[in-house]
Design a protein around this ligand. Structure first.
Ligand code: MEV
Length: 424
């Protein structure tokens, strides 16, 4: 039987589901039941989710957790996090509490400029092109008047349009490099609409437009978050030694790309979880953050650490193009909830909160890695998850938790201990 189909997008949702199940599964009934189980009985809500994308056949749940006790610039927050990885929310909560008694997190937005580009080819003298650009610049701005009107009212709009000669990288390649302020919206649609209007106005016989699109590399949409405290308040015993070890872990991530990738992955555990919870685009954030980490020509840590005059300082600088209006933020009821929980931040405040979530996660990981090791905490969570799968009673659960308190946890070892207990 062929596994290709035509007119799939015209099928009803049930027809799509039936086709998928029939074509790719042997246990049709079972698979259908699983997919149907995740349909929401509230039709309005289900229709809303169906329409986010195309060809929807079910919903894919991820847990929404909350990490309380964050103090950021003196204000208290409980941070919503959507993530599938155990330990992340627990680590964020622990670290939030830890720093809440040590002055909290300080965060500051350094810049908010976003970028879009019209990429084009021109096979002629640069001087002529430049003269044409200068003569056209006002018209390019006028061409976006109706698109930028509302944004300008909110304090945003196009900041500048530059002609850039990129022929040293690619023959005949030039671009209009456009900078934007999009205030509280992420601005992707706004930027792309402006760019297309600019491109249309700019195009002529000897200028061949290739494409017009925003850039997710936003090194000028930057936020910094920081924690600091006297070294002797960082750890109980051995504070100086452990603080140095923590700093060495950051230095290693700065020196060694293999480690930097995992180090930054830990940061993104915190960042993505809040980005998703607030209805923002985590792929845009991810690609922008990693490009920034490689800005020196080598992939490095997004965070830094310093120990000076007995004071430990740990900070992150990361580009975050975020929105608190528009897009999914106002459509998805849980994004709206998340923003309400965060006391309806501006996009700038959300940048600060999310940078803090990343720094907190990085702090938790490095503290664990340079002391007990990461598996200690992970295995505790792993153990609870295995026990849950076994449908153990409360009594059996207590027994297993005690039994594995000082033993190596593995799925087979837990199942064996459980079976032995049952057979006793
Ligand atoms: C796991 O999701 C994240 C860590 O690997 C981060 C790190 O190594 O710093 C623990």
């Amino acid at each position: 039987m062929t596994k290709t189909v035509s007119g799939f997008s015209k099928f009803t949702k049930e027809e799509k589901l039936n086709w998928v199940v029939k074509t790719f599964f042997n246990n049709e009934k079972n698979t259908k039941e699983i997919l149907h189980q995740y349909w929401n009985s509230n039709k309005v809500l289900q229709d809303l989710h169906d329409d986010f994308i195309e060809n929807t056949i079910s919903n894919f749940y991820l847990p929404l957790g909350v990490a309380p006790n964050f103090v950021i610039n003196g204000k208290e927050f409980a941070i919503p996090m959507v993530i599938e990885e155990s330990s992340v929310v627990a680590a964020a909560s622990l670290v939030a509490k830890f720093w809440s008694t040590r002055g909290g997190f300080k965060a500051e937005v350094l810049s908010t400029t976003k970028i879009g580009q019209v990429h084009f080819m021109h096979n002629g003298a640069f001087n002529d092109l430049e003269a044409y650009f200068v003569s056209k610049k006002e018209d390019l701005l006028s061409a976006t008047e109706s698109i930028t009107k509302n944004m300008r009212k909110r304090g945003g709009g196009i900041l500048d349009i530059e002609l850039r000669d990129r022929t040293s990288e690619l023959e005949n390649y030039y671009q209009l490099h456009v900078t934007f302020e999009t205030v509280d919206s992420m601005g992707a649609n706004f930027i792309n609409s402006c760019l297309e209007a600019i491109a249309e106005e700019f195009e002529k016989d000897d200028i061949q437009i290739v494409m017009s699109i925003l850039s997710n590399y936003v090194p000028e949409c930057l936020v910094r978050a920081e924690v600091s405290c006297p070294v002797d308040r960082l750890y109980g015993e051995n504070a100086e030694f452990l603080a140095q070890k923590f700093k060495q872990a950051v230095d290693i991530a700065n020196a060694e790309p293999h480690r930097a990738v995992t180090h930054n992955k830990g940061i993104m555990n915190g960042i993505d979880a809040v980005v998703i919870a607030t209805g923002n685009d985590f792929r845009a954030i991810e690609s922008g953050a990693h490009a920034y980490a490689a800005r020196s020509g080598r992939y490095k840590s997004l965070s830094n650490c310093e120990i000076k005059n007995g004071v430990f300082k740990f900070w992150i600088e990361i580009p975050l193009a975020l929105g608190t209006v528009g897009g999914l933020t106002s459509i998805h009821p849980l994004s709206k909830f998340s923003l309400d929980l965060l006391q309806n931040p501006s996009a700038k405040e959300l940048m600060e909160i999310i940078a803090v979530a990343g720094l907190a996660q990085n702090f938790a990981a490095l503290r664990a890695l340079t002391t007990t090791g990461i598996q200690h905490g992970h295995m505790k969570m792993h153990l609870s998850n295995i026990i849950k799968q076994l449908d153990a009673t409360e009594e059996e659960k207590t027994y297993l938790l005690n039994y594995f308190a000082n033993k190596q946890v593995s799925h087979s070892a837990v199942v064996e201990a459980y079976n032995n207990l049952k057979n006793k």
